[in-house]
Design a protein around this ligand. Sequence first.
Ligand code: HEC
Length: 115
Amino acid sequence: MSRIPLLLMLLMAGNTWAQSLEPAPAANSHARSLAATCFTCHGTDGRSVGGVPPSLAGQNRDYLLKQLQEFRDGKRPATIMHQHAKGYTDEQLKLIADYFAAVLPGQAAAAPKVK
Ligand code: HEC
């Protein structure tokens, strides 16, 4: 049997799966990779559970950028954000701010059930 049909089926299945996911906002995958480090606390794509810490999805881009620069530079008091904003260039913070500003605010991803 030829392997091509199987390969095609796999490709088609992968494609269907990809289409069932929400489309990524108008940002490149590099920006999403940078932003993904924030998802643990701020929720997937910046939609946080219960708003703590604040959701980043759909926030004003300039506001986000300013907060990130102030955390990084130690100008805005924080418990933890100083650590998370450190080490990024202005260019990277812009990509991150662009990314979250482009995400539509919405429901946080459901937390997994635990035993
Ligand atoms: C370990 C958890 C954690 C991670 C990871 C994290 N944050 Fe935060 N973030 C917080 C907390 C907590 C606050 C509230 C300020 C504080 O106490 O540090 C906050 C506040 C913020 C704010 C201010 C929100 C507002 O409405 O004023 C922004 C912007 C922000 N974070 C962006 C980011 C970005 C971008 C990343 C990824 C590079 C990130 N955070 C990663 C926990 C986190």
